[in-house]
Ligand binder design. Structure first.
Ligand SMILES: NC(=O)c1ccc[n+]([C@@H]2O[C@H](COP(=O)([O-])OP(=O)(O)OC[C@H]3O[C@@H](n4cnc5c(N)ncnc54)[C@H](O)[C@@H]3O)[C@@H](O)[C@H]2O)c1
Length: 357
């Protein structure tokens, strides 16, 4: 029997609600599978801790997480703490500290969920967005001077390194190669940003030579938003910078029905460090505590986590259970239903326990 050590960081807002749901489903899967166990340690890191102690996570937080097999993360953000404090105080130090440079965001329209795009169903939208997760526009380089003065200046510098770009391109081409269509779209903005983004394009073309069986094309990020809406079936695997993919993947989530169904894995492909799995959404102040947060994104990221751990059967079983429950119409309000988080979670756990899943 294998035992995986999982660090759960539910954090803020609806984070604790969806992580509790995810852990319940994972427990049901482990029981059903019988071949593995999860040893879960919960951390109370987040905005409440910040308000109490001045820090979202302890100074040795990274050390504490280092020996876990994976991290299962909820969401961070509170109405009374600035967003840059919460993001840079918890999520980014983990992603960047563990060099989880590939942020993998699958999107498809689940059965039973209606896309806001007329006439677009599950066969028309099945994408994986690969987001560069370690540098680019979120490198944290920049500064402010003459604060509050008329001559105040602020810089936010995008950093693109050959190593950083090449490794994310390789990851994306490899992922595209593993999917039936073997098709990759490289998102860029090299018309306006003529240094970093031109190097991005050049490295994409160089890496492409090592993947002759992968067809690829290039899109400016603005035109990409149009293509995602007008011709979703023309896309499959997508690679983009930290900022571009951050924005495009929220659009992807909305086109698939709701942010509440969109998952993400922050992966260290070299497995030097634990990878981190989370729903894309934030702490959703408007629905916190109402019991209606959609847990599907968290189930999906739990499935990504199981896949990363090598538990392929359990990963697939979880997604079959999610597909079944969605197509049965057990849906939270964000995707047009009346079910609660608890209803969906119980239905998914029951499906996991069922014979045909
Ligand atoms: N990874 C993260 O931790 C992360 C990501 C995004 C935003 N944030 C933070 O979260 C806070 C709120 O940000 P926001 O409002 O821009 O984004 P959000 O994702 O929290 O919410 C956007 C909208 O989507 C809805 N929504 C999100 N998740 C849902 C779910 N599971 N089920 C049903 N509806 C859902 C919300 O109700 C809201 O109307 C901010 O502090 C922000 O910084 C954190």
């Amino acid at each position: 029997m294998k035992t995986y050590k999982i660090a759960a960081i539910p954090a803020d807002g609806i984070g604790p609600e969806v992580i509790a749901a995810g852990l319940q489903a994972l427990e049901a899967l482990a029981r059903r599978d019988g071949g593995f166990e999860l040893d879960v340690t919960e951390f109370d890191w987040g905005s409440e801790r910040y308000k109490r102690t001045g820090a979202l996570m302890p100074e040795d937080g990274k050390e504490q997480l280092k020996n876990f097999d994976a991290i299962f993360f909820g969401a961070v953000g509170a109405p009374d703490v600035p967003d840059h404090v919460t993001l840079w105080g918890l999520r980014l130090p983990i992603c960047q500290g563990f060099d989880q440079y590939a942020n993998v965001r699958p999107t498809r329209i689940l059965p039973g969920i209606t896309s806001p795009l007329a006439g677009v169903g599950p066969d028309d939208l099945d994408w994986v967005i690969v987001r560069e997760n370690s540098e680019g526009e979120y490198s944290g380089v920049g500064g402010r001077a003459h604060r509050g003065q008329a001559e105040e200046v602020a810089t936010e510098v995008s950093i693109f390194t050959r190593v950083g770009v090449e490794r994310i391109m390789r990851y994306a081409f490899k992922l595209a190669q593993s999917r039936p269509r073997k098709f990759l779209t490289v998102v860029t903005k090299s018309n306006a940003q003529r240094h970093g983004m031109v190097m991005w394009d050049e490295i994409a073309a160089e890496v492409a030579k090592d993947f002759p069986d992968v067809t690829w094309d290039k899109m400016l990020v603005d035109a990409m938003t149009v293509r995602m809406v007008k011709d979703p079936a023309s896309l499959d695997t997508i690679v983009a910078t930290n900022l571009h993919a951050d924005i495009l993947s929220d659009l992807a989530g909305a086109l698939a029905g709701s942010l509440g169904v969109a998952p993400t894995g922050n992966i260290d492909p070299e497995r030097r460090n634990p990878s981190m799995f989370e729903p894309i959404h934030g702490s959703a102040f408007d629905i916190t505590g109402k019991g209606i947060a959609n847990p599907v994104a968290t189930f999906w990221t739990a499935s990504q986590m199981l896949e990363h751990l090598g538990e392929m059967d359990a990963a697939k079983r979880l997604m079959r259970a999610v597909d079944k429950v969605c197509s049965d119409g057990v849906l939270t309000p964000d995707v047009g239903g009346t079910a609660t988080t608890k209803d969906v979670t119980e239905a998914v756990c029951q499906a996991i326990r069922g014979e045909n899943i």
